[in-house]
Structure formats: C-alpha cells, structure tokens
Design a protein around this ligand. Structure first.
Ligand code: HSE
Length: 347
C-alpha cells in the first residue's frame, strides 16, 4: 500500500511546471520503487489557485493548460481566483509545501509568508526559493524545529548537483574544513562559451536565458549573487555558521574580459566563478570571485551549465562532485529527490 503525500505547489513558472511534469511522468515508478503516491492538491500562482482535494490535480494536463496560455485560477472547474497559499496552508489538508516562487532577496516575499504558514500549520517544506533561507536561515530553521517541521532545499543549493546531501550525509563524522564550488550554471555557461568559442558575453547570456537556466533577473547570476546565496546556505548548513549574505565579499563575472580569459589560457589556467568557504583561526572566510584555476584543479574541467563542489575534510581528504547541470528539470529532480529522502528515508 503506497504512502500518499498531498502537495501544495506555490509558483508555476519554469521550475514548478517541470516538477508537475516529473510527477506526471514518474508516478508509476514512484509507486513501484518507493511505494509513494504524490497527489497535487493545489497549485498556487499570482492570481489564484487550482485545487482538487479528492483526486488531486492532473499534473500533465494542468501544465499543458498553462503552457497554452491558461492560468491556474481558470483550470477545468478547479480554479479559484484570488485564493492564496496562506489560505490553503491554513486549511491543513496537505502534507508538504513545495515552494518555487521567484527568489526575492529584499524581504523574501511571498515565499517567507508561505514558509511561516507551512511551519505554523505543520507542513514540511521543499524549497527551490532561496530568499527566506538566505535572509533568515537560523530563525526559520529554529521555528521549524520547534514545530517538528522538516525543510529541505537541495533545489536552492545547486539543484541537480548534490551539495548538501554529500556534505551532510556522505561526510558524516568527518569535519569539513573548506568548500569550493562552481555553483551557478549561467555564469559557468557564459565563461565556458567565451573561453571555448570566443562567444561574446551578451550572446552567451541570452542563450542561457533561452535555455531557462538564468534567474528571472539574470543580474543575480552574473553579479555573483546567486553563487553567494548558495554558498551562504551551504556554509551555514555544513559549517554551522549564521552568515548573512551582506557579509560575503562578492564579485561577479561582468569584469572578466576576453583578454583575461586568453591570458589565463596561455598560463594553462581556466577562469571559473567560485563560491568558497573556509574555516580559519580568525573565523570563517567566505567569498565569491572569478578565479583562474590550474588545469589539475578538480573543478577546472566543469563546463557549460554543469556545476561542481569540492570539500576538504579532516579524515576523508578531498571529495569532489561534478555534473548536475542547471535546468528547470534538474531543479525539479532535486525537489523530487528531497521529497523521497524525507518521506521514505527520513533524511
Ligand atoms: N540561475 C541558476 C543557475 C539556477 O544558473 O545555476 C538557479 O539557482
């Protein structure tokens, strides 16, 4: 007998729709492999919601409807104009909030309100949105702990590249002393195209936007802010810090010129945007900056929209994971993984 989990999905942009498509495509595998049935109780977007409490919404048909120009609040007799996530969460009919609204780093809204409502109503949270966690990590996690609510955010910490899972689970018992990561697919894509093809920066950025990799506001990518947000979340989680984003010295890739790339190449190096965190005697050193990596650096061969992370540990040496390219499907897959881990493995 499968366990059924009822989901409220907030935000139905590229990532939310990719998750709906995955749930649709994988429902039989999920039941067969994990004994897990995912029921999409509601999808909430800017102007309202679609809700189907008994049967769950048909994820594929709803996604087709939206991609054909529809709106969730007008979907097949299930639409509710003006219905908000907070209204739905307060009804306590679902088990899990999946948060995929666009990241807002000013006040974290609307995701912060969704997080708090989910915590207060006892729903676990799977988040792609980084805003509330980057701005208020400790307070949100403490409140969740008090209420016995679990929060997982692989999709906010480089998504298909397993960063937190490796750092939390695979290095258990070891001490992580330093972290280096290529954590943003858009900037890695741009730098790779510039280095390998001499592609102009603007053209590569437009291609990254066309591929749906870039943030809704791509300055978050190119100014290094997305990498900063990810290294803040990863360092806070794995190094037990309480960093605010403003504490991280951040330089993006706008200042990287074709001449810099050529000079690095001639020196046998390759320029990558790195987020790094290191524990020193004087406290943590966390920063984001383009760096020229020697060819034998474990992240030097990570290209295009792929990413990578490398941990220095006391007992396991250096552990590097690469791959997991940025894409809406990759982000959705990271959320599905979190969901399976949480429900079936309790991790
Ligand atoms: N824009 C991000 C990237 C994906 O390029 O990797 C979401 O974090």
């Amino acid at each position: 007998m499968a366990i059924t989990k009822k989901i409220i999905l907030c935000g139905f942009g590229n990532v939310g729709r990719a998750l709906a498509r995955l749930i649709d495509a994988k429902q039989h595998d999920l039941e067969r492999q994990y004994g897990l049935a995912l029921k999409l109780l509601a999808v909430v977007d800017i102007d309202g919601a679609a809700v189907a409490e008994e049967m769950g919404l048909p994820p594929g048909r709803l996604t087709d409807f939206i991609e054909d120009g529809g709106a969730v609040e007008k979907f097949e007799g299930s639409g509710h104009p003006g219905l908000t996530a907070a209204d739905l969460l307060a009804q306590r009919k679902a088990d899990i909030l999946v948060e995929t609204t666009p990241t807002n780093l000013k006040d974290g809204e609307p995701a912060r309100t969704h997080f708090m409502a989910a915590i207060d109503n006892g729903l676990d949270i799977i988040a792609a949105n980084k805003g509330p966690l980057v701005l208020d990590y400790r307070r949100i996690l403490e409140r969740a702990r008090e209420k016995g609510v679990q929060i997982r955010f692989s999709a906010a910490t480089a998504a298909a590249l397993p960063t937190l899972d490796v750092g939390r689970l695979c290095t258990a018992g070891a001490r992580i002393e330093a972290i280096e990561g290529i954590l943003n697919g858009t900037t890695n894509y741009i730098l790779t195209r510039m280095a390998q093809e001499g592609c102009p920066y603007e053209d590569a950025l437009q291609d990254a936007q066309r591929l749906g990799i870039a943030e809704t506001d791509p300055t978050l990518d190119v100014e290094g802010l997305d990498t900063r947000n990810k290294i803040v979340l990863i360092a806070n989680t794995l190094l037990a810090l309480d960093l605010a984003p403003g504490e991280v010295e951040t330089t993006g890739i706008a200042g990287v010129t074709p001449a810099d790339i050529t000079a690095a190449h001639e020196a046998g190096k390759v320029i990558k945007l790195l987020g790094s965190a290191r524990l020193s005697e004087n406290g943590p050193v966390v920063k984001v900056a383009p760096e020229a990596l020697p060819a034998d650096h474990p992240l030097a061969g990570v290209n295009l929209s792929e990413k990578g992370i490398s941990y220095d540990t006391d007992t396991m040496g250096r552990i590097t994971v690469t791959g997991g390219h940025s894409s809406p499907t990759g982000a959705a897959a990271a959320m599905l993984k979190d969901l399976i881990h949480l429900v079936k493995l309790g991790v």
